[in-house]
Design a protein around this ligand. Structure first.
Ligand code: SAM
Length: 224
């Protein structure tokens, strides 16, 4: 089956420039450090255990690559891609043994059944809802049967237009907030089955956080 091309969002270049601009502060503020967020780290640990041995893992929107490196330390064959060239420069400098590339989630066209795991770890919230739907479908196709997708999102209603971020750096992007049921509906439409749903009142960026894990194909299930 061939994946159809995803039309890039109209503001993609503006979003890229904004992340290029905030990248130095993002690294300086150590915002990719999972040890700051014990519940998030627990979710990533669960994901790492679930995809272990299933094949390569792709960290989409990896930023400076700290979560990518965390997964590599746990024995995964993981690489990272990010929209922002400056973020990828940081990732390559900080984690020279790992593979990173500049690309948008909308242009990856990953091959069918090529990944054991895919992350959209606080990196897909700038995508308009219809574009995210198409991206999730491409990720679902790219997973091997039993492969897992983990998403980190901001929870809430509507959108927030951001004009500054990460220490007052001027940016121009829209953050799409998600209600869990709406995101689950997109994942189900992509053919992914629910695995885990973590709703945190703990804020990552001023709003509650949401971590969803879904898998391709039916789960093995446990009967007690
Ligand atoms: C909040 S940072 C998170 C970075 C990383 N996942 C982490 O946890 O440290 C958001 C990242 O998503 C990237 N991003 C935004 N839109 C993207 C897109 N369409 N494709 C790929 N990466 C994107 C940004 O460049 C930025 O590095």
């Amino acid at each position: 089956m061939t994946a159809s091309r995803i039309e890039p969002p109209a503001d993609l270049d503006t979003v890229r420039t904004s992340y290029d601009r905030v990248a130095d502060n993002y690294v300086e503020m150590n915002l990719g450090d999972l040890t700051t967020y014990p519940w998030l780290r627990t979710a990533i640990d669960g994901f790492a255990a679930a995809v272990h041995g299933l094949g390569p893992v792709l960290d989409v929107g990896c930023g400076p690559g700290d979560v990518t490196a965390y997964l590599a330390e746990r024995g995964l064959d993981v690489s990272g891609v990010d929209l922002s060239e400056r973020m990828i420069e940081h990732a390559r400098r900080r984690h020279p043994g790992l593979r990173f590339a500049v690309a948008s989630a909308t242009e990856l066209e990953p091959a069918e059944s090529s990944y054991g795991g895919i992350l959209g770890w606080w990196s897909l919230f700038n995508l308009p809802r219809d574009v995210l739907s198409q991206v999730l479908q491409s990720f679902a196709r790219a997973l091997v049967p039993g492969g897992h997708l983990i998403l980190g999102m901001h929870q809430g209603d509507g959108e927030r237009v951001r004009t500054e971020a990460y220490g007052g750096v001027p940016v121009a992007w829209t953050t799409y907030l998600w209600q869990p049921d709406d995101l689950w509906a997109l994942l189900a439409a992509a053919g992914l089955a629910p695995v885990a749903d973590l709703r945190l009142s703990e804020s990552v960026a001023g709003v509650p956080s949401l971590v969803l894990v879904a898998r391709r194909g039916p789960g093995p299930g446990v009967t007690l």
